[in-house]
Design a binder for this molecule. Structure first.
Ligand code: SF4
Length: 513
């Protein structure tokens, strides 16, 4: 394995000043030193740990909409004008989309078989494979590897699977320092927040906010151009790559026929994380397996196009095992942790296709609701349409059962999805599931409403009543409804009633124009 990221300072001769204490410490992360002085003011929906019980969805979204950060995100995303959402996919990518969709469905038809084959091939390549049923199990596996390897410093590349495990908190609780090395993740870690987008973790942060964060870390005003900020982070991270005992990465695709683990990145940090530390732990959720190595020729360009509108990312890393005798770098140990976290129970069910996801994040950018409320409003690891479907299906996430309502059902997510996951259909079905489990009075209310609007007289009576009471209703609802009714009414408002008269006469008037 080789690194294309330039020379690395010699760890033996480098000391890292700890600006808080004035001491120099050899084992302390260079990237994070001084971090203790950063106390950002941030909304509570951005807190690093996802609370066990989320606030009700209307409250979360109301709070999120009120945050300046999400407005800026909206403006930035709207300006991106991702062509494939609006005007269809270019012909060559449309063909890849068709084939990629087939490959992902083929994978799901025999997921366990491909995982078995991946395990065999990877082990034959010298990789130690671990299967973990729950995020806690997976975190314990990584903690044990770290403890056995006497690990003090971990450098991490971006991995959503480790977000599911809250891995950083686990390792830090063990006294291990963890440094995120993807620039977006690094920013989010410094701000003590969570990623708000699968591909762009710090999408909710403006350049000004990042500059202020880095100024605080540096203890002085530093140049604020984007290149300067990136160079500042790069400089601080560089020493840690060489010092770290363990590197942790995700996996974009794992080929069942060769055991090859593929990482698709743009910053070169993953190459450092996988080549410099003596232990490398790759963490993947089980659906990341693909049948054949040659399928990468379809899935990688498809992912790159959907995620970042690139033909190919700057780095494409393929790992076939730990360092061999004749190789100059690479880890002495390579572990692969395969996390289930409830996915096995989705296989074979009505929502199976959600596991075809290749984590491009394009449905998030395409979604008007996500663009308005931002990723943190979902209160889960995955925001946007993919999160609104996946989160309620995963284990231990009963708090997220109302997430499918965080969608306008406009269908933009399906159009944007490179592997054609029918997200809008799933959102509708999950809403029905949610309602079927709703309390009896609530179900009765909906049934009553359906009966009323079944008949023209019922509909007309409702319209007359609304015309009279409409202007008074929103406040009265919030004030008068007790218990769960109050929660339902909070964050909802009825549109103002117009004076256009009856619909039929309005429609007749329109036709006469
Ligand atoms: S559901 Fe589709 S669009 Fe959304 S992240 Fe997954 S692959 Fe990308």
């Amino acid at each position: 394995m080789t690194s294309t990221d330039g020379p690395v300072p010699d760890a033996a001769t480098t000391t890292v000043p700890d600006s808080a204490s004035g001491e120099s410490r050899n084992r302390r992360s260079a990237a994070l030193s001084g971090r203790e002085r950063i106390v950002p003011t941030r909304p509570d929906w951005a807190a690093a740990a996802i609370p066990a019980h989320r606030k009700p969805l209307p409250i979360l979204t109301r709070d999120a909409i009120g945050q300046a950060g999400t407005t800026a995100t909206h403006a930035r995303l709207s300006g991106k004008n991702r062509a494939q959402n609006d005007s269809g996919w270019p012909p060559e990518i449309a063909a890849l989309r068709e084939r990629g969709s087939q490959i992902r469905r083929e994978t799901l038809e025999d997921l366990e078989g491909y995982l078995h084959s991946l395990t065999e091939k990877a082990e034959a390549n010298g990789v130690v494979v671990h299967r973990a049923a729950t995020p806690e199990d997976a975190a314990r596996v990584v903690s044990r590897i770290a403890a056995e390897g006497d690990v003090k410093l971990v450098v991490k590349a971006k991995s959503m699977a480790t977000e599911e495990m809250h891995l950083n908190a686990h390792l830090e609780g063990q006294g291990i320092e963890v440094v995120e090395t993807d620039l977006g993740e690094y920013i989010v870690q410094l701000a003590d927040e969570r990623p708000s987008h699968i591909v762009g973790p710090a999408l909710h942060k403006s350049q000004v906010e990042v500059g202020a964060l880095f100024n605080e870390l540096a203890g002085q005003q530093i140049p604020q151009e984007a290149e300067d900020l990136a160079a500042f982070a790069r400089e601080r991270l560089r020493t840690d790559f060489r010092r770290a005992d363990m590197g942790i990465t995700g996996v974009n695709f794992a080929a069942a026929d060769t055991g090859t683990l593929t990482l698709v990145t743009n910053e070169g940090n993953a190459d450092m994380v996988t080549s410099q530390p003596r232990i490398h732990v790759a963490v993947m959720t089980l659906e990341k397996v693909i049948p054949r190595f040659r399928d990468l020729a379809v899935l990688v360009p498809l992912l790159c196009h959907a995620a970042t509108a690139q033909k190919l990312t700057v780095y494409l890393t393929m790992l076939n095992g730990p360092r061999r005798k004749d190789e100059a770098d690479g880890p002495e140990q390579l572990h692969l942790v395969i996390l289930d976290n409830g996915r096995s129970s989705i296989v074979g069910g009505p929502y199976e296709e959600v596991l075809a996801c290749i984590r491009c994040g394009n449905c998030q950018i395409a979604c008007p609701v996500y663009r308005t409320v931002g990723g943190h409003a979902y209160g889960s690891v995955y925001g946007g349409p993919i999160g609104a479907v996946l989160t309620p299906l995963l284990e231990n996430t009963r708090d997220g059962a109302d997430l499918p309502f965080l969608s306008s059902l406009c269908g933009a997510c399906y159009d944007a999805c490179p592997v054609k996951i029918p997200l809008p259909d799933m959102l509708v079905d999950l809403r029905a599931d949610y309602e079927s489990r709703a309390a009896r009075p609530r179900r009765l209310l909906w049934r009553l409403w359906a009966r009323l609007w079944d008949r023209p007289i019922g509909f007309r009576l409702t319209v007359i009543a609304l015309r009279v009471l409409g202007p008074l209703l929103p406040r009265a609802l919030v004030r008068l409804l007790p218990g769960p009714g109050k929660g339902w009414a909070t964050g909802r408002a009825l549109p103002a009633m117009g004076n256009a008269g009856r619909f039929r006469s309005w429609f007749a008037g329109r036709r006469a124009l």
